[in-house]
Each structure stands twice: as structure tokens, then as C-alpha cells.
Design a protein around this ligand. Structure first.
Ligand code: SF4
Ligand code: SF4
Length: 285
């Protein structure tokens, strides 16, 4: 079984207890306007162009020479102009690599997203095992949305538990409850986003209704009282940053000393804005 991965982050201190290895899984059912990982959203591999790293079309140009589709031309500023309608699909070679990215000496062109087997993911996580022993560190699955990986996600978590790894998962909560329930059986901690209680606003800003998310959250809290759950709310200007809305979210999260659940507010930042340009997209916020 394989999962689609777009990044692996070692030594993370912010995604669960202790020192963790975070596996970022590709594909998300939401399209949050503020998303700081836009490369996480589409399930398929994508070409990512970091302009700052490009040596220059006139000096190098190896990517254009390698491109079979004529998708790369000289841009007005001397770097690249990429016609993504030409290199979308059909551009990957037999090994799944975009030839232009393979030819790029400076990694200005990269492919975001690759399939990894469960064994490969666990080997990456176990490589750091020595750091997990103090502070309860381990493996965190993030995204994108891990539930988009279907049964492979459950199989990965089951195998991680068999290896006695501490497991955590970050979810937007939008997915099949049967799958979420299966995954929860193998989790030590779950970070569950509650972004807004206003359905129309949620639909407008994330592209999806919040009903399934709120139902899944309530069902999970009831079904897994012993699971460590952190409800998380990114505070987004103009979306959910009023005291009234934050109070409604706090009430929906229903956390408190007796519940064993924690509600966290996450600050808004624009650190991922440049990535939209690298993917040939426009940031919507
Ligand atoms: S191969 Fe890489 S460094 Fe060379 S022109 Fe293309 S993107 Fe720039
Ligand atoms: S749920 Fe997370 S990964 Fe998905 S679009 Fe929203 S911010 Fe991005």
C-alpha cells in the first residue's frame, strides 16, 4: 500500500508531544483561502518553481531543453515562463519525475508529491527513534488531509502502533466517519480543526460545509473519551476573528478541565503566500 507524501519534517516540536517526525500527506478536500501549504491540496504531483533559486534561462535553460511539451519558455524577467496547461498531466516520465525538474541543477524546479510505501514512511520515522524516548515523541501525520489516503492511512497507523511508535494526526475533520473512527483506534493524539460554526461562511472560505466536520467531531468525542484531542482554530481576519464567533467555536469545541480536551487558537500568518506563485496560482486572501 502506498500513500502520497509531499514533505517529511524531522525534529518538529509543534505537532504533538516531544520531538516528532511529521509526514505531510498530499490531497485535501478543502480549499481554505488562507492555506499556507497550497502544495498540499491537489492529490497529484505538481511542479513547483522557486524563482529565487533559478540561475537564469539564458545561463542555464536545461529545463526547457528537457521539456518534451514545449511548456517552458524564457520569461520577461530572464527566469522562466511555464505554460502549465502544457505540462499538466502527460509530463511525468515512467519514473514519475518531471524531466524539467530532474534536469534542474539548482532545485529551482521541484516536484511536490510522491508515492511512498508504508515501509518507506516507517523507515523515515524510525530513523529518528532515539529522539522520541524522552518527552513522548513519535510520528505525526499531517497534510493536506490524511483521511484522503483511505485505508492506506489506517494500515500505516496500525503498523506504526505495532512498532510501538507514539502516533498523532492533524485533520480538518472533513471525511468519512468510519475511516476516522478506524484511524482513531491507532492514535495517541488527534488535532482536529474547528474553523467556524457558520455554515455559509465556512462554505465560502473553505469550499466545504462544516456540517460533516462538526458531526464527526461530536461523534469522535463521544466514541473516544480517552483519546487526547486538541481542537484547533486558525484565527483568520474577516472570517472568524470576532469575539462572538470565537465564543461559538469555543462552545462547539466543548473543551475544559474535566473533558481532557484542549482548545487552541492558532495565529494567522502569510508565510506560505509565495508558494502560490511557485505553483502558478493566485493567493485568495
Ligand atoms: S534548469 Fe533550473 S536553474 Fe536552470 S533555468 Fe531551469 S529552473 Fe532555472
Ligand atoms: S484544511 Fe488545511 S491543508 Fe486543507 S486547504 Fe485548509 S488549510 Fe489547507
Amino acid at each position: 500500500m502506498k500513500l502520497r507524501v509531499f514533505n517529511i519534517q524531522y525534529y518538529s516540536l509543534h505537532d504533538g508531544a516531544g520531538i516528532r517526525t511529521v509526514i505531510f500527506l498530499k490531497g485535501c478536500p478543502l480549499r481554505c483561502r488562507w492555506c499556507c501549504n497550497p502544495e498540499s491540496q491537489h492529490p497529484a504531483p505538481e511542479l513547483f518553481f522557486s524563482k529565487k533559486k533559478c540561475i537564469g534561462y539564458d545561463i542555464c535553460g536545461l529545463c526547457a531543453a528537457a521539456c518534451h511539451a514545449g511548456a517552458i519558455k524564457r520569461g520577461a524577467d530572464g527566469t522562466l515562463s511555464i505554460d502549465r496547461s502544457r505540462n499538466a498531466g502527460g509530463c511525468t516520465g515512467a519514473d514519475g519525475a518531471f524531466p524539467c525538474a530532474a534536469a534542474c541543477p539548482s532545485k529551482a524546479l521541484e516536484v511536490k508529491g510522491r508515492e511512498m510505501t508504508i515501509d518507506e514512511i516507517l523507515a523515515a520515522a524510525c530513523r529518528e527513534e532515539i529522539f522520541y524516548h524522552h518527552g513522548g515523541g513519535g510520528l505525526t501525520l499531517s497534510g493536506g488531509e490524511p483521511l484522503m489516503q483511505g485505508e492506506a492511512l489506517v494500515a500505516l497507523l496500525r503498523e506504526a502502533k505495532r512498532l510501538r511508535l507514539n502516533t498523532a494526526m492533524e485533520t480538518c475533520g472533513f471525511g468519512d466517519y468510519a475511516l476516522l473512527k478506524e484511524a482513531a483506534r491507532y492514535l495517541d493524539a488527534l488535532f482536529f480543526d474547528i474553523k467556524s460554526t457558520d455554515e455559509a461562511k465556512h462554505l465560502e472560505w473553505t469550499g466545504a460545509s462544516n456540517q460533516k466536520i462538526l458531526e464527526n467531531y461530536a461523534a469522535l468525542r463521544a466514541g473516544f473519551p480517552a483519546l487526547s484531542i486538541t481542537a484547533r482554530t486558525p484565527v483568520i481576519p474577516g472570517f472568524n476573528d470576532t469575539p462572538e464567533e470565537l465564543e461559538r467555536i469555543r462552545a462547539a469545541a466543548a473543551c475544559g478541565a474535566a473533558s481532557g480536551c484542549i482548545h487552541e487558537l492558532l495565529p494567522y500568518h502569510r508565510l506560505g503566500e509565495w508558494k502560490y506563485e511557485a505553483l502558478g496560482r493566485r493567493c485568495l486572501i
